[in-house]
Design a protein around this ligand. Structure first.
Ligand SMILES: C[S@@+](CC[C@H](N)C(=O)[O-])C[C@H]1O[C@@H](n2cnc3c(N)ncnc32)[C@H](O)[C@@H]1O
Length: 212
């Protein structure tokens, strides 16, 4: 039998406090079928909250998957807001499109870009986005931090999922490339005095930073 510590019970309680409706549940099933691991509901709710607090009209997402985090972001964004979402897998984006259709998301509210994020992000305009969310290969986090901060308008925020990388980030004996990259990205954010940042221990760790 697995006995939880009090800290684990608190986290389980916080993560379990968010419920998803049927439409999000259907998108989650599509994601699971494709192996495009969706963000857990608590992370989704945090994204919707950030989008709402920023009154977000322009959001960039790296890692569309089957659209679970996209739907949460769109629910928090302004009704006239546009989500630009990037994924290298056309099949994942086809599933996301279906998720958007069944959630009555107007086509003009999403711009799906198929490609490798490191090729696409440099084509997006400096200082033009309210929020950047990254949910893709942690080994690329340092690049996403560089590009993501460049894209933000003053007051905008960048949010990186997998900032704990399955707990490996807090274990000094772990030195694989992805863990080292996640630590490097966190250090870059910490050293930028134009940013205010916080690490939230929900999902696989949500590292959030707001640009002055
Ligand atoms: C964890 S899934 C995203 C899940 C999604 N955010 C959700 O909550 O439903 C990661 C996604 O990143 C995509 N991906 C991986 N490497 C990529 C890259 N270099 N550029 C763009 N997308 C990438 C994968 O195809 C996959 O769909």
């Amino acid at each position: 039998m697995c006995v939880q510590t009090n800290a684990e019970r608190i986290l389980t309680h916080a993560e379990g406090a968010v419920r998803e409706d049927e439409a999000l549940g259907a998108a989650r099933e599509r994601a699971d079928d494709l192996g495009a691991e969706p963000v857990p509901p608590a992370v989704g709710a945090a994204l919707a909250l950030f989008a709402r607090m920023l009154d977000a009209k322009t959001v960039v997402e790296v890692g569309t998957g089957a659209g679970v985090s996209s739907l949460w972001l769109l629910r928090g964004m302004r009704e006239d807001g546009v989500l630009t979402t990037i994924d290298s897998e056309p099949e994942h984006q086809r599933a996301a499109k279906l998720s958007f259709r069944t959630n009555d998301i107007a086509p003009a509210r999403t711009r799906l870009i198929n490609g490798r994020a490191l090729d696409v992000l440099p084509r997006l305009a400096d200082g033009a986005y309210d929020l950047v969310f990254v949910d893709s290969a942690p080994v690329d986090h340092p690049h996403y931090v560089r590009e993501g901060v460049r894209l933000l308008r003053p007051g905008g925020a960048i949010v990186l999922h997998n900032a704990l990388h399955g707990g490996r980030v807090v274990d000094p004996s772990q030195r694989d490339a992805a863990t080292v990259a996640v630590r490097e990205a966190a250090k870059a954010l910490a050293e930028d005095d134009k940013l205010i940042r916080v690490l939230l221990p929900i999902g696989d760790g949500l590292l959030c930073a707001s640009k002055l």
